[in-house]
Design a protein around this ligand. Structure first.
Ligand code: AMP
Ligand code: GLY
Length: 422
């Protein structure tokens, strides 16, 4: 099978590796890919949001299946477009992708279906904001309605801050939407829960915990994710039943009733409080860096699973997991998530010899001639599997020390919730 994978991050290098390892894959193209994917697939540097060009490339390379990594093409309707052109693709349609593409859509769906989530108000102007402020206590969370590249959520401590952030959104700070969602702040522990969904059923696809704040002890501004581990200890069987019953099933049913069935990866972003799950967000894709810690634990051929899902036969496949733990630490460019320099050479990377239990998944990297250069804020995902998170983390940090990239930094405390005596 010839496969096209859309995206260029650590998530895509991880997916690409699993596709490469599959017995079912033949040629793989990655659009646009990164330095890591270029070693196992053919990178094609076109704009994946230019659907017409994308279709041309897909036809030229005789692609049998398209797998979509990031949210933006999904939210813009790449699945609808490709299906109309008779190309097999794994991912949600444009309507279902609004679960991530519009916070207002997602929250309204929750309200209509009694799905546990933070109290909220969809605001279109300052009046709406002031009304919500009268009834609620701080902190409060302001969320841009549309896609905002991870920069749309602000936790506000006072009225002045809420008004300032809201005003910026109403004035069009984010091109995707001028609406916002103002919501109650939820205390608790976060977890990411993943599913594969087709028109008939869904299957568990791993749990993980991400570390979104840039600084150790979860301090500083939010990032795309500084590191993750899987499985998430907090996601017990009892909790999982509640997640399915109270959150996932009513969501999928609501979409089905609109005749807009969900298919694809589904990322359920949760806040857990007193062993009760609350939905913080839906993402219509795998997480990044959660994908980097879930796929190394997968013991069933990924391409086989996705092929079954595309045929709506997920209910007939048994997805197996290795009984190991996995962690990834993201090596970032100094300055991230603020300003950082690009195109800095990563000298030692080529000389690193990894044991079987460790992987380096590229994110923001690029080959220039035969050298690897940084090309983004999150640059490399150093990943390892093993029996205890403490040993795994020790192993990852020793690899990062060998890479010794002077222009990078990383969090040394990934997994602090599950590693006691540090
Ligand atoms: P989101 O893009 O909605 O996932 O928000 C990004 C991050 O903001 C989440 O991962 C949480 O850490 C935090 N966050 C979002 N909404 C809330 C909330 N209602 N209460 C507490 N923290 C939140
Ligand atoms: N790790 C957070 C995300 O993928 O959105």
């Amino acid at each position: 099978m010839n496969i096209a994978l859309l995206g260029s991050g650590g998530r895509e290098h991880t997916l690409c590796q699993k596709i490469f390892d599959s017995k079912l894959s033949k040629n793989i193209i990655c659009i646009p890919g990164n330095a890591g994917t270029s070693k196992i697939a053919k990178n094609i540097n076109i704009d994946m949001l230019d659907f017409k060009k994308l279709l041309k490339v897909i036809k030229f390379y005789k692609i049998n299946l398209v797998i979509v990594g990031p949210e933006e093409p999904l939210v813009r309707g790449v699945v609808d477009f490709l299906l109309k052109n008779k190309i097999k693709v794994f991912g949600p349609n444009k309507y279902a992708a609004k679960l991530e593409g519009s916070k207002a859509f997602m929250k309204s769906l929750c309200k209509k279906n009694n799905i546990p989530t933070a109290e909220f108000k969809i605001c279109r102007n300052k009046n709406d904001v002031n009304n919500f402020l009268k009834k609620n206590i701080f902190p409060l969370v302001v969320k841009a309605d549309g896609l905002a590249a991870g920069k749309g959520v602000t936790i506000c401590r006072n009225k002045k801050q809420v008004l300032k952030v809201s005003d910026e959104i109403f004035k069009g700070k984010f091109k995707s939407s001028k609406k916002l969602v103002l919501e109650e702040f939820l205390e608790g522990e976060e977890a990411s829960y993943f599913l594969l969904v087709d028109k008939k059923s869904f299957k568990f696809f791993g749990s993980a915990q991400d570390h979104k704040k840039v600084g150790e002890k979860d301090t500083g501004p939010n990032t795309g994710g500084m590191g993750a581990y899987s499985p998430a200890k907090i996601v017990t069987q009892d909790l999982e039943k509640k997640i399915i019953k109270k959150i996932v099933s009513p969501t999928l049913k609501a979409l089905k009733q609109k005749r807009k069935n969900y298919t694809g990866f589904l990322y359920v972003g949760l806040m857990i409080k007193n062993n009760e799950p609350f939905l913080i967000e839906y993402n219509v894709r795998m997480g990044d860096p959660e994908c980097q810690v879930i796929l190394p634990r997968l013991n069933t051929d990924l391409v086989k699973i996705i092929s079954y899902a595309v045929k709506n036969k997920l209910n007939t496949i048994d997805i197996k997991w290795k009984k190991i733990k996995c962690m990834t630490i993201v090596l970032c460019s100094k300055g991230y998530p603020g300003k950082y320099k690009k195109f800095i050479k990563i000298n030692n990377l080529m000389n690193i010899k990894l044991k079987k239990n460790s992987f380096i998944f590229h994110a923001g990297t690029k080959y220039i001639n035969d050298d690897i250069f940084s090309n983004g804020g999150r640059v490399l995902n150093i990943t390892s599997v093993g029996k205890t998170f403490k040993k795994i983390r020790f192993n990852i940090i020793s690899i990062i020390k060998k890479i010794n990239w002077r222009s990078g930094f990383f969090r040394k405390d990934i997994g602090w919730r599950v590693i006691q005596n540090k």
